[in-house]
Design a protein around this ligand. Structure first.
Ligand SMILES: [Zn+2]
Length: 449
């Protein structure tokens, strides 16, 4: 249980931590704890999960003496989880780490990249997960005086349930906003006077757009804090949300399988890894072996150190991140991620240039407030790849202005991505609006091959 009333002083600033003890341990202490936790979960997985009994044959816990030794243990990827789920016991198969009678909740991944992974939770593993999340929520400044609106139907998706139970544990008051459309949700925020929200960046922007259509200034809704996740959020998008709602916006990162493993503190400068709940390695994307240096980009490999219902050892998240500093003005001692670049699945080579859709989002949110929605389409015309950006602008922009927007956008994108875009204007309301994870990038080349 966190000591939520305790206050420590860091750099002369009074800081409040969810768990003042864990959040200010020295690097040496954290390393020691994580190594010992890792050995425990490793032995546990080898004994209790069919997948790891087979996968880790020949690697014994006594071979792990230092954090460096961990680098020799094979990684686990999502495809393997899917494969092992095909065996008994249904539906969890070989990833299950407990007796199936002990499972208390069924949840699953969203399945955006293929067949969903079914996730077994026991009461114990769920409590572990929620406690880890409390660090993220508390770090983002959520407190008992916050009435938190959660604008989603939770269904079988783990993130909303985590958000719900965590808000309760931190002492906030929660308003579940499922089974309503966006208009209904805006009315509910007004009716309940909710003053905090948790949502995807895309849906935050969508709420603002809908509110404006209803003649309501999003800033007048009274939201003070917003915690986002689900998509890589460029700083420009975060600032856009902060301006629209006149509130503080924080980011965090996680996934259904590895849990939420890093979050943003009040400095809003990168994200803290939630240590010692997770061992996070940032590995060189080419070799997946060497740990990268501060400021370098790598792939996050995550081991949740205390979840037994579904033990995961060195899970390849496929999240590309830039490794951050080890220290922070907030006084927390955990390692940091400077920036989330995107998913390795989203990176594409277009005309020989490495392209990340996040760069386009950054340009749009930073310099084109009149663009309300967009979509990128890559097609192969003959032997050439062609990129088109379809945009929708606010109803009040028109005529000559539109031609200027198109020209400016083409120029900006060229500078930032080294690629030439066709810009195509679309009528208001014609592009899809996303509730959860946005898929604004369509690569149509694969299907034409
Ligand atoms: Zn910090």
């Amino acid at each position: 249980m966190g000591g939520r009333d305790m206050v420590k002083t860091a750099n002369g600033i009074q800081m409040e931590y969810w768990n003042p003890y864990l959040e200010t341990l020295s690097r040496g202490e954290l390393d020691e704890i994580e190594l010992s936790y890792f050995k425990n979960i490793f032995s546990y997985a080898k004994t209790n999960s069919i997948m790891y009994r087979e996968k880790l044959k020949g690697v014994e816990p006594e071979n792990i003496r230092t954090l460096e030794d961990i680098k020799r243990i094979p990684l686990t990827d999502k495809e393997e989880l899917r494969r092992y789920q095909e065996i008994e016991p249904y539906p969890y198969g070989g990833i299950l780490g407990v007796d199936i009678k002990d499972v208390t909740t069924f949840r699953q991944s969203s399945g955006t990249t293929g067949r969903p992974v079914y996730v077994p939770e026991t009461y114990e593993s769920w409590q572990w997960r929620v406690e880890a999340w409390c660090h993220i929520l508390y770090m983002a400044g959520f407190r008992p005086h916050h009435r938190v609106f959660l604008p989603f139907g939770y269904n079988v998706y783990v993130a909303f349930w985590e958000a719900h139970y965590t808000a309760e544990k931190v002492g906030c008051e929660l308003v579940p906003g499922g089974a309503l459309d966006t208009k209904g949700r805006i009315h509910k925020i007004i009716e309940t006077r909710a003053n905090a929200m948790m949502n995807t960046p895309t849906y935050g922007l969508h709420i603002a757009e809908e509110a404006k259509k209803m003649g309501i200034d999003p800033a007048s809704l009274g939201i003070e804090r917003m915690l986002c996740a689900g998509e890589p959020m460029p700083a420009a998008t975060r600032r856009r949300l902060e301006e629209l709602f006149r509130c503080h916006v924080f980011d965090h990162i996680g996934g259904t399988e590895p849990c939420a493993w890093a979050g943003m503190c009040e400095t809003k400068d990168g994200m803290h890894i939630i240590e010692p709940f997770f061992l996070v390695e940032v590995l060189d994307p080419e070799t997946l072996q060497r740990e990268v240096e501060e400021g370098e980009m790598g792939i996050a490999v995550v081991t949740p150190l205390g979840r037994r219902s579904f033990p995961l050892i060195r899970f390849n998240t496929k999240d590309l991140v830039i490794k951050g500093k080890d220290s922070c003005l907030c006084g927390r001692t955990s390692r940091k991620i400077k920036e989330v670049v995107g998913r390795t699945d989203d990176l594409r080579k277009i005309r020989g240039v490495l392209f990340s859709p996040k760069t386009v989002e950054e340009v749009i949110r930073h310099e084109f407030p009149e663009v309300v929605e967009y979509e990128i389409v890559v097609e192969r015309k003959g032997i050439m790849d062609e990129i088109t950006i379809r945009i929708e602008v606010t109803p009040d922009s028109g005529g000559k202005e539109l031609e200027q927007v198109k020209a400016r956008l083409r120029e900006n994108l060229k500078v930032k991505t080294n690629l030439s875009f066709h810009v195509q204007m679309e009528p208001p309301g014609s592009l899809p609006r996303y509730m959860l994870k946005a898929t604004r990038f369509k690569d149509r080349r694969e299907s034409e091959r």
